[in-house]
Design a protein around this ligand. Structure first.
Ligand code: GLY
Ligand code: MN
Ligand code: MN
Length: 445
């Protein structure tokens, strides 16, 4: 059984007997006339199928009595003319064999087949409310089935949200997923190293972005997983800066947050380094603090630890450092806990220390304990994959030592929780002060 067929079987086993689930892939989206955005399949659909063509729908029928579960693909038919213009398409028969479905139909047969598949079915699972178009389609199918009531046919009377079941499955990455994510992390790490080697004062931020994109693509990654941030000098204090059009000045840091998407899986790395290859004393003080915060966060990642623990560990180290360095007024707070209770860290550290990572860069899955909703945070289990990304951002402000103004630093790595702790997926990106100073500017100019 393929990995995707096994996932379909696991999902079907969680559905009510005889229930049907419907899951379309993502639509194609026009960018402007005759030109689409690069096509990206829907993550849930890909998780269950491995199939990347647009205009595809997966239908799962759960086992009932002696009838086994079935999975059915609807996809585009073969079409010589369209294939001459746009390229190969599987067509239902080849897709059925290649991807292990029980049945496959042309997408144009969807409405007629759904009217049959939903007859006498008690429950329909789909992404309720996620898309007006899907809601309308489902309504149409239900109306058609209800119209057969006089022949004794019943329509689904209950609708269940499909995605929470899939969110829980996606949250824990299997071996196949971890292997892809490890490779995505390696490519992205090498891309950051490449950008470090290329960096020179006077270069534009977009020149470093080009180095990253080059390294992603030449290693087979299909896309950046999100819009790359190359933020030099004061731009590093703008969390979602991505214009990437400023010239980097001697003496400044540049913060790069960029990762590739490989075979549907994201990586997410941030590195911050001096444009000229030498940290100034204040830059280095803040850099070492963020690095220490990341180490403290790693130490809080292990099976059974609550999700919240690694953020709390990083926040404590960062806030203690902010007091030591005079970013936070030492006269007002006895210790880091007091400062955190008063949110004194917020002007300098205003984001969480990580997020789930997977097919989506901010991946699906609850951060709360679904079994115990009263608990704020769920325990980690092996296979969960997350980012660890403490930072510090100092905007010019009265009362804040001027030597730190306009310094923005974030250090972000990706980890998978293992049986005995965690494994870093992004170790190829240089990180210590010594590694960075040895590498920056050492490539061809
Ligand atoms: N690059 C997105 C994030 O770090 O969350
Ligand atoms: Mn991130
Ligand atoms: Mn990031």
């Amino acid at each position: 059984m393929t990995v995707h067929a096994a996932r379909r079987a696991r999902l079907a086993a969680q559905m009510q007997p005889g229930a049907v689930a419907v899951l379309p892939t993502a639509p194609e989206v026009a960018r402007n006339s005759d030109s689409d955005y690069p096509y990206r399949h829907d993550s849930y659909f890909y998780y269950l199928t491995g199939f990347t063509e647009p205009e595809s729908v997966l239908v799962l029928v759960a086992a009932s009595g002696d009838a086994p579960a079935r999975s059915i693909l609807f996809c585009r038919e073969k079409n010589l003319e369209r294939e001459i213009w746009d390229g190969y398409r599987y067509g239902p028969e080849a897709a059925r064999t290649a991807f292990g479905f029980d049945e496959a139909w042309p997408i144009d047969a969807l409405d007629a087949q759904m009217a049959k598949l939903l007859a006498n079915v008690p429950v329909l699972y789909y992404a309720v409310g996620a898309s007006g178009a899907l809601d309308a389609q489902v309504t149409g199918w239900i109306k058609t089935v209800r119209a057969q009531a006089r022949s004794g046919v019943t329509a689904p009377a209950s609708f269940q949200h499909l995605l929470p079941l899939l969110d829980e499955m996606r949250l824990v990455k299997d071996q196949e997923e971890q292997a892809v994510m490890l490779r995505a992390g390696l490519i992205s790490g090498q891309a950051h190293a490449r950008a470090m080697r290329a960096a020179r004062p006077g270069m534009a931020e977009y020149e470093l972005e080009a180095e990253l994109l080059y390294e992603f693509r030449r290693n087979g990654a299909q896309f950046p997983a999100y819009t790359s941030i190359v933020a030099s000098g004061p731009n590093a204090c703008v969390l979602h800066y991505n214009a990437n059009d400023r010239r980097m000045q001697d003496g400044e840091l540049v913060l790069i947050d960029a990762g590739c998407e490989l075979d549907g899986y994201a990586s997410d790395i941030t590195r911050t380094f001096p444009v000229n290859g030498r940290f100034t004393q204040p830059q280095r003080a803040l850099y070492e603090l963020v690095l220490a915060a990341q180490d403290a966060a790693f130490a809080a990642i292990a099976p059974g630890q609550p999700y919240s623990a690694f953020h709390e560990a990083a926040l404590h180290v960062l806030t203690a450092g902010m007091l030591d360095l005079g970013l936070i007024d030492r006269a007002r707070y006895a210790n880091a806990d007091d400062a955190i209770a008063d949110k004194a860290h917020l002007p300098f550290y205003m984001h969480g220390t990580g997020h789930w990572l997977g097919m989506d860069v901010h991946d699906v899955g609850s951060y709360r304990d679904l079994a115990e909703p009263g608990k704020p945070s769920r325990p980690l289990v092996p296979g969960m994959t997350l980012t660890v990304e403490p930072g510090i951002y100092v905007r010019p402000s009265e009362g804040v030592p001027e030597q730190f103004w306009n310094i923005g630093i974030r250090i972000e790595d990706d980890v998978v929780v293992t049986e005995d702790g965690y494994r870093i997926l992004t170790g190829a990106a240089p990180k210590t002060v010594a590694e960075i100073e040895a590498l920056v500017g050492k490539g061809q100019a």
